[in-house]
Design a protein around this ligand. Structure first.
Ligand code: C2O
Ligand code: CU
Length: 486
């Protein structure tokens, strides 16, 4: 009996390997694993290495509850880092050590997650995985090297749907020695607020009240202000670092009457400048824009910066879009025109054939109705990955310095911005159609009833979150873990 089974297994295995060899020759050639080794080498070249530095940059961050005016309304109760929204911009040079003394003065436990930043795993700010929650009154020391230059942000990773929404977020800028010098640099944190008639934050953060499309606000803000006005001279070059800190809102930007190009996504310089108009900035995403203010504009003319993204699921009095986010008033003419080329990364691997490699892991994003809502106080639906909520999954095992082909599918008519901690990935296809995004990112939008495939080479060991960055969805379970080992 045993022998027969062994024999059957053997035949079965042979058949399989014969099959895969055949498929290999037909579809992608027999050298897939060699290709993957090249993908890994290419990725290492892309990452490069940080200049060495002995500098340690010290910062202090305190999370407190305070009163601030959001938009143009009245003061409301917010939660903020160092009493300001957004929190402070932490600016360091690539290669420097960053040391942050954090104090929690909130009524809730919290942590800080450094979104998009490659930190040692125990600095990643994920409660119960990389650290203990920081209880009210407690402190925590974050310390890591700024390995990659670019625009990053930080936010709590506990009850984020409430803590981020109340105003807890800040920006981390890592400067590169090769950054060009612009006439001006602006940092814009985009957020939408759900305020009631007298300007106070809507306090319904309970899981029961979580809306399936996520919390969309009725007031769009840039740095906590409604339609702030900037000034620039015609002909000026401006670098704008844009961060989407909203719980659920996507943005696409238009700069009417001026030339705006994206040159970095999620901190990473792109292989070529990209059009800003159709780029979707999902929750968690950052973009860097090279804006040339048109020479044809005269003093006191306005450049309007609008959000053109239309949220199909918006209801009631929340903003669907489009809307003006900010204005730029022309204050004169620049006397010397900055002529440097838009920054490009010269080592974006093409990863040709990556899409044809076998899919290593599939993550299906879906919801499950909670009938229990009829007799208890739970949410109306659970948000799941592969039919399981956070905590129920087996941790995906990945090896450091290997190439992986991941597939994400969406069983819902809802948006899911997919974020993986501790690594950058490249989108290979959308809805089965190959795309060639000339850049790496840490967050990509999984559209309604759609799918995306990505390639990734993890280089940092530890347990990293993979989750939906629509913060109501992650609160309801749409999170899982991958573990990278040597
Ligand atoms: Cu911006 Cu897991 O988060
Ligand atoms: Cu989601």
């Amino acid at each position: 009996m045993k022998l027969v089974r062994q024999l059957l297994t053997l035949i079965h295995l042979r058949k399989l390997s014969f099959l895969s060899v055949t498929v290999g020759i037909i579809c992608y050639g027999p050298i897939v694993s060699a290709d993957k080794d090249i993908f890994v080498k290419d990725y290492d070249l892309f990452l490069g290495s940080a200049p060495s530095s002995n500098e340690v940059r010290q910062f202090e961050l305190t999370a407190t509850s305070t009163e601030l005016v959001i938009g143009n309304g009245k003061a409301t109760n917010v939660w903020a880092y160092n009493g300001q929204i957004p929190g402070p911009v932490l600016r360091v040079k690539q290669g420097e050590m960053i040391s942050i003394s954090f104090k929690n003065e909130l009524p809730q436990a919290t942590t800080i997650h450094w979104h998009g930043v490659r930190v040692p795993n125990d600095m990643d700010g994920v409660p119960g995985v990389t650290q203990k929650p920081v209880a009210p009154g407690e402190t925590f020391q974050y310390r890591f090297k700024a390995l990659d230059s670019g625009t990053y942000w930080f936010h709590p990773h506990m009850r984020s749907h409430e803590q981020v929404e109340r105003g807890l977020y800040g920006v981390l800028i890592v400067e590169s020695p090769t950054d060009p010098v612009y006439d001006q640099e602006w940092v814009w944190v985009l957020d939408d607020w759900l305020l009631d008639e007298d300007g106070a934050i809507d306090e319904s953060f309970s899981k029961r009240a979580l809306d399936t499309g996520g919390r969309l606000g009725n007031l769009l803000s840039v740095n906590g202000k409604e339609q702030p006005a900037y000034t620039a001279r015609s002909g000026e070059r401006v670098r704008i670092r844009i961060i989407n800190s909203s719980n659920a809102r996507n943005y696409s930007l238009s700069f009417k009457g001026s030339d705006a190009k994206i040159f970095a996504v999620d901190g990473n310089i792109t292989g070529q400048p990209l059009d800003v108009d159709n780029f979707v900035i999902a929750p968690g995403n950052r973009i860097d824009i090279d804006l040339t203010i048109s020479n044809n504009l005269n003093a006191s003319e306005l450049v309007e910066v609008s959000n053109t993204f239309f949220h199909r699921e918006a209801e009631d009095d929340v903003h669907e879009g489009p809307a003006i986010l900010a204005t730029i008033r022309i204050s004169g003419k620049a006397d010397d025109l900055k002529k440097f080329p838009i920054p490009v990364h010269s080592r974006i691997p093409s990863w040709e054939g990556a899409l044809e490699t076998p899919v290593d892991f599939t993550y299906h994003f879906d919801t499950k109705i909670n009938l229990g809502v009829l007799w208890n106080s739970g949410p109306g639906a659970y948000f799941e990955i592969n039919g399981k909520q956070y905590g129920e999954h087996e941790v995906t095992q990945l090896k450091k310095h290997e190439f992986y082909h991941l597939r994400f599918t969406n069983g819902t008519g809802l948006y899911h911005p997919i974020h993986i901690h501790g690594m950058f990935y490249k989108v290979l296809s959308r809805d089965g159609v190959e795309v060639n995004e000339p850049f790496y990112r840490d967050t990509a939008l999984l559209d309604y009833d759609s799918s995306i495939e990505v390639g990734v080479v993890p280089v940092d060991t530890g347990k990293w979150m993979l989750h939906c960055h629509l913060l109501e969805h992650s609160a309801l379970g749409m999170m899982t873990l991958v573990e990278v080992t040597e």
